[in-house]
Design a protein around this ligand. Sequence first.
Ligand code: N01
Length: 534
Amino acid sequence: MNHYDAIIIGAGFSGLYQLHFLRENLGLNVKILETADNVGGTWFWNRYPGSRCDTESKAYTYYFSKELYEDWNWSERYPTQPEIEKYLNYVCDKLDLRKDIEFQTKVTDLIYDNERKTWTTLTNNKEKFSSKFIISAVGCLSYANMPVIPNKNKFQGEIYHTGDWPKIEPELANKNIGIIGTGSTGIQVIPEVAKLAKKLTVFQRTPNYSVPANNYKLTQNQKNQANIDFHKSKELMFQHRGGHPWTHSHISAKATEVTKRNALYEKAWANGGLSFRDTFSDLSIDADSNLTASQFIINKIKKIIKNPDTAAMLTDFDHPFGSKRPPIDTNYYETFNRKNVDLINIRKDPIKSFKTNGITTEKNDYELEVLIFATGFDALTGTLLNMNIIGDNNISLKNIWQTGPKTNLGLLVPNFPNLFLITGPGSPAVLTNMPRAIEQHVEWIGNCIKYMLKNDYDSIQTTVEAADDWTENVQEAVKDNFFLSAKHSWYLGGNIPGKPKIFIPYAGGLNKYREICDLVAQNDYRGCIFTKTT
Ligand code: N01
């Protein structure tokens, strides 16, 4: 059995930086185990047409090395999946990480031995590794949600999930295609597939408020400016609750005079992107203010869509703006004006089953050659709980998280010594620009391990009390936010049948969260117990 100081699971943004940090700063012997045949994580699997990041390229990138930042040139305001995949390969090669990654290796079991203070890792290839530390870098949106529709094996067409898209691009041209799902992914894939398909039928359960991305090619001047602004952007992201490079608004929408308010919305709409939700300070906590944003978006959608029935379906919202993760788009609404695109309301006419050449709803039949599921993920806990993780005293993670995840800071789990979670449940994670949350976690974990080595500690474990307190804190942080009113949202586990309905990420802001994590570290990792073998 091969022994390592640390095993990292996953070779996306988190795993790559964690490997680099532990190897270069602490001189540890580290191995990444990765299911895919190359690096990329979420950007390896989500290679569907139109896949692109909603965060701007100048911010959706590593900031731990200025050299790494300056030596890479993004070509568009929002990076495409192929470009991010290339970027992560560039990082991997530049930092010489590949030699410490084992690809096509899926971790199936993690078992802790308290006497030896060691983890054993088992894989699908029947390999066995031992290590002192395990660091989960499995990503938050890595376990695809595939709804169960009866008679799937009868269907003679092709089925794809956007989160597990084949490397060899499927032939979609001139086919009858269906897409289920109109979240951030559906909103990206629908306009691209519409251009290829003979006919595209979109099966919508819930409409989403989408704001234009306003993407553009970056000029050399813009690229140079991003390099000049490196430290300024880093500082802005550091201060922002979501880790984005802009400042928070301090103006209330409802307290702003209507003409001025509309002018500010128009400006934000024209600018495009995720900053629209920061136009005013109270959109996520005040119903009247929130209504001004939803009404503004509804008016915009109705102006774009030619068919009033389609417009009604696309604006039949059951949740306030921003309570689900707001998507941004390129020609999403315009796509529904195309002659080859139909929108079907499956809340009114639910899908019943597959048939040989399509699907059947309660009232209709749809002939399809291809069906694409853009149905999202079992977020934040799905991948973790699909491994068999056994901690101290034979405790299984699946059992103790039956009623919802319990962590200290989203980083540590009681009874699971020396297991660290990057962007785990209970951390700001998916509510942020992910690379900022990832860098903060990688550095906190790396510094914690450094502290352990310095003090000759061989294990760290959070107390149950500290994890209980933090879990309460996570619920407290979201109690005034509209996030709780979108009952089917994946933030709440509402998209997965049987999943506990509990708000999973920490909504108090990455800036505040970072301060809390720093304070815990400065106080000798308050809430954690260390052991030392003498
Ligand atoms: O997934 P979603 P996503 N029958 O869960 C529908 C990130 N992301 O992949 O709303 C019928 O948001 C579901 O309907 P409803 C981003 O954080 C980032 O789109 O539950 N329909 C919904 O319409 C994002 O939030 C980027 O009623 C079913 C859709 O499928 C996260 O990924 C790009 C169904 C799922 O929407 C997830 O987005 C894309 C069923 N049984 C995504 N089950 C970038 O920044 C689900 N649906 C690049």
